[in-house]
Ligand binder design. Structure first.
Ligand code: SAM
Length: 279
C-alpha cells in the first residue's frame, strides 16, 4: 500500500507533487507542528544559526512554501540592522541607512538606495505561497519580502544575484535534483552560500527502527485525522525514504560545483543541514 510514486513516470512527478501541496497548503503549518511535535521549529532555527545572517544580505528561499525560513531570516537580520543603527547613532553620526549600507556594500557596488536585507520566497505552488502571504500580513511583515512562483529546476532569476540560497524540506520534492543544484549555483553570487535542510538517514539502528515505525504508522494516520489526507502524508514518508543519504547528497552538491561542502546531522540524522560555497 504505497502511493505509487516509484512507478510514476518522471514527467508526472512534478504534477503529483503539485497536487500534494495544493491539497495540504491550508493545514501545512499545523501538520508540521503535529508530526514533528514542534521540533521542525528547532531544525529551522539551526539552519538560521548555520547561515549567520548579516545586514544587507539577499536571501533566496527556494521551495519556501509558507515562508518559515524567510520569516526567521528577516526577524533576525532586522534586529541586527537596528543594533547597527543604534551604534551609529550613539557614535554621534547620522544614523542614515545610506551610510550603513555603504559600509556593507561590496566594492564598486555603493548604492544610492539604502541597502537593506531582502528575502524572496520562491515556490512552484501558489497555494502554499498564498498561505505564507496571509501569515506575513498577520505578522505585519512586508518590507523586504517578496513571493515568486517558480520552479527550482528553472529559476526565474538572473545569474549571481543572491548571498544565500536556502531550501528547507524542499529538494526531495524536486524531480531533477541535479538541475535544482545547478540552478542554485547559477543564481548565487561568487562567495554566496547554499544551505539545505532536509530529511536524511538515521545511523543508529534502534533510533532508525523507532523512526520507521513512527513514519509509516503514525504520520499517515495524523495526515488523515488532521488534514483528511492519508495519501499526501504517505507520499511524504516515501519521499523521505527515497532521498539519498548524507554522503551521497554531499557528492551531488559537489558535482554542481560547490566548494567546502559539509553537513551536520540533527536529531541523530533524522534531518541534516548541508552547505557549500560558490567560489
Ligand atoms: N520550506 C518550507 C518549510 O520548510 O516549511 C516548505 C517545505 S514543503 C515540505 C515543500 C515545498 O516544496 C512545497 O511548498 C512545494 O510546493 C515545493 N516544491 C516542490 N517542488 C518544487 C519545485 N520543483 N520548485 C519549487 N518548489 C517546489
Amino acid at each position: 500500500t504505497h502511493f505509487g510514486f516509484e512507478t510514476v513516470p518522471e514527467g508526472e512527478k512534478t504534477e503529483r507533487v503539485y497536487k500534494v501541496f495544493e491539497s495540504v497548503a491550508q493545514k501545512y503549518d499545523l501538520m508540521n507542528d503535529a508530526m514533528s511535535l514542534g521540533v521542525h521549529r528547532l531544525w529551522k532555527d539551526m539552519l538560521l544559526h548555520v547561515m549567520n545572517p548579516q545586514p544587507g544580505m539577499r536571501l533566496l528561499d527556494v521551495a519556501g512554501g509558507t515562508g518559515d525560513i524567510s520569516f526567521r531570516f528577516l526577524d533576525y537580520v532586522r534586529s541586527q540592522e537596528e543594533r547597527v543603527a543604534r551604534r551609529v547613532a550613539q557614535a554621534n553620526q547620522t544614523p542614515s541607512w545610506q551610510e550603513i549600507s555603504t559600509s556593507y556594500a561590496a566594492p564598486g557596488q555603493e548604492e544610492v538606495e539604502p541597502r537593506r536585507s531582502r528575502a524572496i520566497v520562491c515556490d512552484i505552488n501558489k497555494e502554499m505561497l498564498k498561505v505564507g502571504q496571509q501569515k506575513a500580513d498577520r505578522m505585519g511583515l512586508t518590507s523586504g519580502l517578496s513571493w515568486v512562483v517558480g520552479n527550482a529546476e528553472e529559476l526565474p532569476f538572473d545569474d549571481d544575484q543572491f548571498d544565500v540560497y536556502t531550501v528547507a524540506f524542499g529538494i526531495r520534492n524536486v524531480t531533477h535534483i541535479d538541475l535544482a543544484l545547478q540552478e542554485a549555483f547559477r543564481v548565487l553570487k561568487p562567495g554566496g552560500r547554499f544551505i539545505c535542510l532536509e530529511f536524511s538517514k538515521v545511523a543508529n539502528p534502534l533510533l532508525s527502527q523507532l523512526y520507521n515505525a513512527y513514519s509509516f504508522q503514525v504520520i499517515p494516520v495524523l495526515g488523515e485525522v488532521i488534514a483528511g489526507d492519508w495519501k499526501s502524508y504517505q507520499y511524504l514518508v516515501e519521499s523521505i525514504r527515497k532521498f539519498p543519504d548524507q554522503e551521497t547528497f554531499k557528492g551531488m552538491i559537489e558535482d554542481a560545483g560547490f566548494f567546502s561542502v559539509r553537513y551536520h546531522n540533527l536529531t541523530g540524522g533524522v534531518v541534516a543541514i548541508h552547505s557549500g560555497f560558490k567560489l
